[in-house]
Design a protein around this ligand. Structure first.
Ligand code: FE
Length: 206
């Protein structure tokens, strides 16, 4: 399912988009004709990832980690368990690892091989995440990539790049913005952008 919805927004992003779209359509047709899948069920799954899940789940996890030191410890120890304790409709299946940004270290997530992404907490991956330039350049020149996303880090901040796989997904916990003392989790979650949880952005300032 990782690759079927790559071009719904019509943007290019893969070396042979037509080929993949055509193969996906052919596969869906065959499976439907053989009665193995219900197209309405497929639509419901896609709709769930597009409109119901989205990066809001990840933002709620980050906001809780910012507000609750015990949850933060739990999240860093076992993010799959911590995420699933929040009772989201789509439990995290793959092994989820949370990596925390600090003034010393900034974390950036990529899948160099394809497009592995923590769907359950971030929803659908952005098109650029699956593009060949991002996948190679995030590893070779992460600082330049971050600059293009508008993220300028102090020169002595180290950048750690994490390569996702089918089994292991990463969630970046961005730094909590200053000036948010006493904020509710709900309000804090509004500052947590999707890109800040991939590492190509920072949390918004209030
Ligand atoms: Fe992948």
């Amino acid at each position: 399912m990782d690759h079927d919805h790559e071009h719904r927004d019509g943007k290019p992003g893969h070396s042979e988009p037509g080929g993949i779209q055509a193969r996906v359509r052919a596969l869906e047709t065959i499976l439907t004709e053989k009665g193995l899948v219900d197209p309405r069920a497929l639509d419901r799954i896609v709709d769930a990832f597009e409109t119901k899940i989205g990066p809001r789940n990840g933002a709620r996890i980050v906001a809780r980690a910012w507000s609750d030191p015990e949850f933060e410890v739990r999240l860093l120890a076992d993010a799959t368990e911590a995420a699933n304790s929040m009772g989201f409709s789509s439990p995290v299946g793959a092994h989820l690892i949370a990596v925390e940004n600090t003034p010393e270290t900034h974390n950036l997530v990529v899948c160099t091989l394809c497009s592995c992404y923590p769907w359950e907490v971030l929803g659908l991956p952005p098109v650029w995440y699956k593009s060949a330039p991002y996948r190679s350049r995030a590893v070779m020149e992460p600082r330049a990539v971050l600059a293009e996303f508008g993220v300028a880090l102090p020169p002595d901040t180290q950048i750690r790049v994490w390569d996702s796989t089918a089994e292991t997904r990463f969630l970046v916990v961005p730094m909590r913005p200053p000036g948010t003392q006493g904020w509710s989790e709900e309000r804090l979650a509004d500052l947590v952008t999707r890109d800040s949880m991939i590492g190509t952005g920072l949390a918004k300032s209030p």
